[in-house]
Design a binder for this molecule. Structure first.
Ligand code: GLV
Ligand code: MN
Ligand code: MN
Length: 410
C-alpha cells in the first residue's frame, strides 16, 4: 500500500521546528507546497486535477469511456483538507486526503474500475485559521457564505481573502456557489482522524460518523482606555482585560452548567505593553453544544456576563458571530450503506457523534455526506500530539476503499 510514501512526502511541509506542529494556512507558501503535493500525487495516479472557483482542489478518476468531468452526476467524492490550526497535528485533514489517494491505489490493486466519477477533494481553509471562518472553501462552494463578505475577510495582518487569493494567482471575483459541481456529486465521504478517544475505549480502529454538534465562533472586542500601570489608580481605570477575564470564566461556567463546550483559545491585547493598561482586548469564543438551543443558551450567557462586566469597568464591548454551523445529522441512507459495506468485509465500525466541525458537515446541506473516523489513541487533536497508529491508518484506507468500491465501482 502507498500510504507510508504519501504520508512521508507530505509530512515536512509547514512543520514548525520547535513545536513539531503544523502551520499550513491558506494561500501562503506552505499552502502552495501542499497544493503542489496534491497535484503531484494526483498526476502520479493519472487523475485529472482541477482547482474550482473557490480554490478547492479536485482530482478525478474518470470511468473508462466516460466523457471527462463529473458531469455524469452521481460522482463519488472523498477527501478532506490540508490546512491546519496554528501548531496543529499532522493528521487532522491530511489523513483524509492521503487515505483517499491510498484508497485509489488499493482499488486499482483490487482491479476495481469506477462506473461513476470518483473524486478526491482538498477543501481550502477548513480550520479558518487565517481568515476566521471555518470550512471557508466548502462554505463558499455550497453557498453558505456571501462571496462579497468572504472576499472582505481579513487575516491578522489586515490582508483580505481577495488580496491573498489574487497574490496566489487565483481570481477572487469567481468565488461563490457552484451548483453544477455540487449537482454532479452523488455522495461525499470524508475520512478523518478521530478527535476524541471513544474508539480507543471501544477497541475498534474505525467508526462511522453519526452527527456533528452545532458550533460556532464569536469575536469579542473589549475597548478600554490605555493608561500607565504605575500611576493610574484602580478606580480610574477602564481596563478591557478585566471584562475579558470575566467572559473566560463565564464561558467555562456556562459550558459546565449546560453539558456543552466553550473555549477561549485566542486572545490579543493591544498595544501589548507590560506596564500599561490595554487599549483593546480581542477574544474569540468557540462554543459547541448537543443542540442549537443549548448552544444559544451558552453563548447568550457568556455574552451577557461579558456585557455586564464591560459596563462595570467602563469598557465598550462589540461582539458577534464569525461563523456558525448548525447541527448536522449525516444522511441516514448513506450511513447505512457504509455500515453494510464495512460489515460485508468483516470491518467492525461503531457509530459516533462528534463535536468537531468538518467540510462534510457543511456539504451535508447540499449532498448526501458521510464520515469515517480513524482511532486516535489519546484523543488529543489540534495539537502536535495528535496521532493515529500506522495499523489504524491502514485500517482506515481499507475501510475507505471498501466504501468507495461499493459506491463508485458497482
Ligand atoms: C475543526 O477542526 C473544528 O471543529 O474546529
Ligand atoms: Mn481541525
Ligand atoms: Mn479536520
Amino acid at each position: 500500500m502507498s500510504f507510508a510514501a504519501l504520508w512521508e512526502s507530505l509530512l515536512p511541509i509547514g512543520r514548525d521546528g520547535p513545536s513539531g506542529g503544523y502551520r499550513r494556512f491558506s494561500w501562503t507558501p506552505e499552502d502552495a507546497a501542499c497544493r503542489a503535493w496534491f497535484t503531484r500525487s494526483a498526476a502520479e495516479r493519472d487523475l485529472r486535477v482541477l482547482t474550482d472557483n473557490n480554490g478547492n482542489l479536485w482530482a478525478w478518476w474518470d470511468p473508462p469511456g466516460r466523457a471527462p468531468g463529473p458531469a455524469g452526476t452521481g460522482a463519488v467524492v472523498t477527501g478532506s483538507h490540508l490546512d491546519s490550526v496554528p501548531d496543529g497535528g499532522a493528521f487532522d485533514g491530511p489523513l483524509g486526503v492521503v487515505s483517499a489517494f491510498a484508497a485509489v491505489d488499493l482499488l486499482r490493486e483490487r482491479g476495481c474500475l469506477p462506473v461513476r466519477p470518483l473524486g478526491i477533494a482538498a477543501f481550502t481553509e477548513e480550520e479558518g485559521a487565517r481568515f476566521g471562518v471555518a470550512c471557508l472553501g466548502s462554505r463558499l462552494l455550497a453557498g453558505a457564505i456571501d462571496p462579497a463578505a468572504a472576499r472582505a475577510l481579513a487575516d491578522a495582518a489586515g490582508v483580505t481573502l481577495a488580496e491573498a487569493m489574487a497574490a496566489a494567482g487565483h481570481d477572487p471575483d469567481r468565488i461563490g456557489p457552484d451548483d453544477d459541481l455540487l449537482a454532479a456529486v452523488g455522495a461525499y465521504v470524508e475520512l478523518h482522524v478521530e478527535q476524541g478517544r471513544a474508539l480507543a475505549d471501544l477497541g475498534a480502529a474505525v467508526a462511522i460518523g453519526e452527527q456533528i454538534w452545532p458550533h460556532g465562533r464569536w469575536r469579542l472586542d473589549f475597548t478600554g482606555r490605555p493608561d500607565h500601570a504605575g500611576t493610574a489608580t484602580l478606580a480610574d481605570r477602564r481596563d478591557p482585560m478585566l471584562p475579558f477575564a470575566a467572559a473566560v470564566l463565564a464561558a467555562r461556567q456556562a459550558a459546565a452548567s449546560h453539558g456543552a463546550l466553550a473555549t477561549v483559545g485566542k486572545v490579543t491585547a493591544e498595544p501589548g505593553a507590560v506596564n500599561a493598561v490595554s487599549a483593546r482586548v480581542s477574544a474569540w469564543l468557540d462554543a459547541r453544544g448537543p443542540d442549537e438551543q443549548t448552544l444559544q443558551a451558552v453563548v447568550g450567557q457568556v455574552l451577557a456576563a461579558a456585557r455586564e462586566a464591560a459596563a462595570g469597568h467602563g469598557v465598550e464591548l462589540a461582539a458577534g458571530p464569525e461563523s456558525v454551523t448548525p447541527a448536522v445529522v449525516f444522511d441516514p441512507g448513506l450511513r447505512e450503506r457504509l455500515a453494510s459495506s464495512l460489515a460485508g468485509q468483516g470491518i467492525e465500525a461503531p457509530v459516533l457523534p462528534t463535536g468537531a466541525g468538518h467540510d462534510a458537515g457543511v456539504l451535508a446541506a447540499r449532498v448526501p455526506a458521510a464520515m469515517l473516523f480513524v482511532r486516535n489513541p489519546t484523543g488529543v487533536s489540534h495539537s502536535p500530539a495528535e496521532h493515529a497508529e500506522p495499523a489504524d491508518c491502514a485500517a482506515g484506507v481499507r475501510a475507505l476503499a471498501t466504501v468507495l468500491e461499493d459506491l463508485a465501482c458497482r
